[in-house]
Design a protein around this ligand. Structure first.
Ligand code: KG4
Ligand code: ZN
Length: 356
């Protein structure tokens, strides 16, 4: 049973959202404020680390103040302060972690360094009653992974991307098609008017063993098709390219998830839950495809609402609650980590960088 007295402040600053939230042990989100930096990065068509870090410095104090005021909680009432300690853009991670250390030290409460991916992984237990173990599909701008979540701090990675993350592929496709940033929502919107069958794009990794992902070949295929159309490309051409890309990316994801479901069943028996997390979980076409697959396999599908799937402070605060309940906290000299795999025993994927 969650402890009713637990109240945790959670800070997130590992990518391009600055966020602060206050969450209780009995699953109430007392405040959840997020400041997206989309406008600052849009002219560059992607996240610029230096701009991100500076924006976190400017925004973090004000957001914490706003979250604590909205929650009606004083620093002395906190059971702990949680902050993303990695993985991510190190300049940004440092901003949240150093701020959390200062608050923990002044308020005399425990510091909890949270793995950003664990934040995504445990969100479904905040929004829905999901018991361990469950299967997790984590699809964001920085990560594409399939994991079995066995418990707090206990993860078995089944697959990861060997090149681009799926959200990154959406963003790059949007850039190639002139659809703006962030690309995921723009590609999904354009795809609605498109014919997914017009371009026969590859389904990367489909039919292959294991659960790894790859999206760079698909990205190249889209680029070549776009170049072939030249300057005369119409809105319909762009919509068809967007629809073709989305169908291929989701088809590839479905194949990988189906494999992961088989592995989960071998290890833990039939049924269980598939939890989806990360910004790409907002994609309606992905959700429809996952619903069909889950129903066919007798698996419960849990997709938290988009505001809790994209980067936010509530997921970090909740991971802090779970870690405190499990007896974990961290010393004030905890180091920030640019790379921090959830499953330290998993083999590093070639070319994946921090996405592994
Ligand atoms: O989890 P998130 O907010 O940040 C990261 O940790 O990366 O995910 C952002 C990613 C971006 O790549 C964005 O394009 C993608 O999620 N995304 C989508 C959609 N909404 C956001 N991708 C596809 N369809 C969407 N509707
Ligand atoms: Zn994330």
């Amino acid at each position: 049973m969650p402890n009713r007295q637990v109240i945790v402040l959670g800070l997130e600053s590992s990518c391009d959202e600055t966020a602060a939230a206050v969450v209780t042990g009995d699953k109430r989100i007392l405040a959840n404020v997020v400041r997206s930096q989309n406008d600052a990065h849009a002219p560059f068509g992607g996240v610029v680390p230096e701009i991100a870090a500076r924006a976190h410095v400017t925004e973090m104090d004000r957001l914490i103040d706003q979250a604590m005021t909205e929650a009606g909680v004083s620093y002395g009432e906190l059971s702990g302060v949680a902050a993303t300690a990695g993985p991510g853009l190190i300049g940004g991670v440092l901003v949240g972690l150093m701020t959390a250390k200062a608050i923990a030290s002044v308020a005399g409460v425990p510091l909890i360094g949270v793995n950003h991916l664990e934040g995504h992984a445990l969100t479904a237990r905040l929004t829905d009653d999901v018991d361990f173990p469950y299967l997790l599909l984590l699809v964001s701008g920085g990560h594409s992974q399939l994991l079995i979540v066995e418990g707090v701090g206990r993860y078995r990675r089944l697959g990861t991307t060997i090149d681009d993350a799926v959200g990154e592929a959406f963003d790059k496709t949007a850039k190639m098609l002139g659809l703006g940033f962030p690309g995921g929502p723009a590609v999904e919107r354009a795809a609605k008017a498109g014919d997914a069958a017009r371009f026969a794009f590859p389904r990367p990794m489909k039919g292959r063993e294991g659960c790894n992902f790859s999206f760079s070949g698909l990205k190249t295929a889209v680029r070549q098709a776009r170049e072939k159309l030249g300057d005369m490309a119409t809105d319909q051409d762009i919509a068809d390219l967007a629809a073709g890309f989305q169908a291929a990316a989701v088809d590839s994801l479905m194949d990988r998830v189906a494999h992961a479901m088989e592995i989960f069943t071998e290890r833990h028996g039939a049924g269980g839950a598939l939890v989806v997390a990360g910004g790409v979980a907002a994609n309606q076409y992905l959700k429809t495809s996952l619903t069909a697959l889950s129903e066919a396999r007798g698996v419960r599908l849990v997709v938290p609402p988009p505001r809790l799937c994209t980067d936010n402070g509530a997921m970090i605060a909740w991971a802090g609650v779970e870690r405190l309940n499990a007896g974990y906290s961290d010393p004030l000299d905890l180091a920030a980590k640019a790379r921090w795999p959830l499953d330290p025993d998993a083999e590093p994927a070639p070319f994946a960088g921090y996405k592994a």
